[in-house]
Structures are given as C-alpha cells and as structure tokens.
Design a protein around this ligand. Sequence first.
Ligand code: ARG
Length: 280
Amino acid sequence: MPTDVEEAVAVTPARTPVKRTVLMCKPEYFTVVYRINPWMDPALPTDTSLAVTQWQALYDVYIGLGYDVQLIDPIDGLPDMVYAANGGFVIDNIAYGASFTYPQRQPEGPAYMDWFRENGFDVRVPAEINEGEGDFLLVGDTILAGTGFRSDSNSHDELGTIFGREVVTLGLVNPSFYHLDTAIAKLDETNIAYLPSAFDEPSLAILRERYPDAIIATEEDAAILGLNSYSDGYNVVIASRAKDFERQLRERGYNPIGVDLSELLLGGGGVKCCTLELRR
Ligand code: ARG
C-alpha cells in the first residue's frame, strides 16, 4: 500500500518555476483620497510608510525567487500608481498602453508608456479604454480579457490585432471584483484559479469548459482579494490570509508564499495588482 505522501506525489504533476521579469512601483505617495472601487474609503486613515514596508516585503520575495524586478518612479499625486499591473500589457516586447476609465488615474497611462519607451519596448498607444494586466491575463497562447467595470470590450479587439493571439472575453458582474486579476489567478500556462460568482453565466460556461481542473476559490479568500496573486508556475505569491487557497495550491504541488499587503488592500489591490509582467 502506498502511503498518503507517495500517493500525492504520484498524482501531483511536477511544477517548474519560470524566472520572471516584472515591473513594480514603490508606494511612496500611496493614500486613498478618492473612491473608484468599493474597497476604497477616503474617510479611513492610510499609513504610507506601512504600505512601503509591506510592498518592500513583496519586492524582497520576488528578488529571493530570482526574478528580475524593474522599477518605475512613483509620481506625487498619483496614489494608485503602485498598482503597476494596470500600467499596460506586455508580450513579445510590445507594450500595449493603458487608457484608464477614471480621470483620477488617467495620467498614469502616459507615465507608464514613457517608461516602456525608455526601456526599449515597442509601445502601442491604445485607442480604447483598458487597464492593462489588471484585466488581461496571458494563459498559454490565449489572452483572457475582462470587461464590465473598467476595460472596454473594444479593447479586446485591439488586443487581438496587436498581439495576434486568441482573446477570450469574460464579463465581470461584482463591483468588488472589478478587475479580472481580482477574480482569476493564472497558475501556469494551462491552469487558473477563479471565483465563480464574479462572472456572468456565459463566461462561467467558458471557464468551466476550458479549465475543468481549475482551483475554485472560496468567497472568504476572495473577500480579502486572495486570488490577486502571482505565480511563476511553481511558487505562487498570495495574501497570507487566503488560507483555503493556500491549502488547495499546496495540494496540487504548488508552493504558496504568503505576504501581507493589508495597507494596499485599502486601495482595492493585492499582490498581482502591484506586479506587471514584462515579456520580452
Ligand atoms: N485603486 C485602484 C483602482 O481602483 C486599484 C487597482 C488594483 N489593480 C488591479 N490590478 N486589480 O483602480
């Protein structure tokens, strides 16, 4: 009789980490002074130095994992710039710029595009409203693209034209999960984790069909933006409070690494929001 451990080893595929290059932005000017998602409450106090300390811990985890972490300078007056995932979407050295939904964040679009240009990326100025990797996730050769609260579905067509990849539109329905990366976590090139209640019925049908082995997140974990995580195919950096997600990841042979970004949750963001993947 095989032991439980032998059994688990036999059914769990070997996971291979892929070294990542990511862009981050230190939250030196982080605060909550406007409300563009239900998590934000300008009446609640924020602690910028705690935000920096927590962000630094995430940065240190990435460095420890051997990632190449690039930095963009934060700009005074753009408190949400720390959520670098929204700064664009980058594949094959092509950077599709962001065009933000709300005026408060609109100046971030050009700021990120300047950084891409200065760092040798082929920048495509967007014609359509889109919030970058917050709403777009590359899984294998398919781009999963969210809409409903921020990115306009017209940007999905623009994406397809620019990157020449299949784009699958997914409709978000819960204002608390307003970006796709709050409702889906990419785990590797074939699998994801998601929160079913965040999607409309047609999108759910697509997710069930394409990802029958997906991890289904609990409402409890999603309620602290637990799905907003970043994986290299083996190591998955998650919110340390997302206990069931952590358990499910471990069961499937991933290596969950918990971090606490409670201060950045006050702006409605977590691990993934602070991380933009750069694919050369
Ligand atoms: N306060 C920011 C906003 O509402 C948070 C962005 C979170 N980013 C993300 N990729 N989900 O736009």
